[in-house]
Design a protein around this ligand. Sequence first.
Ligand SMILES: Nc1ncnc2c1ncn2[C@@H]1O[C@H](COP(=O)(O)OP(=O)(O)OP(=O)(O)O)[C@@H](O)[C@H]1O
Ligand SMILES: [Mg+2]
Length: 368
Amino acid sequence: MSVSALSELTLSHFRSHLDTRIILDGRPVAIFGLNGAGKTNILEAISLLSPGRGMRRSKVGDMVRYPEEIGWKISTVLKTSNLTHKVEIRTGPNLNRLTSIDGKATSQLALGELVKIIWLTPNMDRLWVDGPEVRRRFVDRITHSFIPRHAQEILSYEKAMRERNRLLKEASRNLDWYRAIESQMAVAGTKIIENRNTALEKLSISMKISQTSFPVADLSLINEEKDLNIFSADQFREVLEIKRSEDLYLGRTSVGPHKTDLKVQYKEKGIDAKYCSTGEQKALLISLILANARGLLREEGAPPIMLLDEVSAHLDYKRRQDLYEEISSLGAQAWMTGTDVDLFKEILNISQQFKVVDKNGKSSVLIQ
Ligand SMILES: Nc1ncnc2c1ncn2[C@@H]1O[C@H](COP(=O)(O)OP(=O)(O)OP(=O)(O)O)[C@@H](O)[C@H]1O
Ligand SMILES: [Mg+2]
């Protein structure tokens, strides 16, 4: 069974936190405090337990606390119903990220198999109006939460594509080389497409079978090459071969899952997410993240850890209440931030509450 909650979190020299220790009891966590107090920094630290660059996509060095600049460490105790693990992530000698589980050095990907973490940040409000790359990353994070090996598939696809692009730029005529690389791209690329479709299917089922007041979304992946969704590896290889002369002219690969976009419709209204109101767009995002959490609960037997940065701020009182009810029924350790304690009054009795304050550039966490 997958890990479902943190029971301890210690941040050393991580951004505004010099030495912060929080003890958790598995209930949802409400964190409030003034702007700049250090709330999001706590969520960001937790997001580093999952593979990738974390929810702010920051460089390791940017998270080193100044003025000391001696490197940071995040120590946690992860808990399932019957197991606990000590997990540590810290900066290495070359500002690389070192991960250990129970004192043994391990990879980020291995940690990703142990703990599922999903998040929603204010930045993601731009998801529907930003370029396709941001939506693709969103789809890949969801896909990765269901299918951890998706990350490796993406790495091998991108590696092969970089190699093909290099050949194209050099106008190489080495046909054997092209064939070998396109073969690798086709195998990894078809897996990527298959994984994404599987993950979106799981999301759609989650939305269909649950009774929620959050809007249901119609999800589809769109490709310039219309029927890429039904490609077999062989068909994909053929397309790459056919496109080769066109791609030689462009100097890059013009077709494949690296061009896919996510199309989301607000089902009830039948309109594209990008034309929805601000509140509707936020509700759609929450709906997707909740569906992701329910899907993981169904598949893994445990809900993921959820990081919901400033999620309540734009919700009316009714929606806020619905969100809190969903979180309680999931049994998820949801970490929520807000500037005002009142945002959490509907969840007062069933959450742990912490106030974060800043004093001379140093954040402290006070138990409420
Ligand atoms: N590397 C760092 N070293 C020291 N302090 C840092 C570092 N990076 C960011 N900070 C400080 O952390 C603070 C921001 O913390 P954070 O983003 O967690 O605030 P917040 O409580 O979420 O605020 P808001 O309500 O505005 O979102 C800022 O004051 C910033 O200067
Ligand atoms: Mg913040």
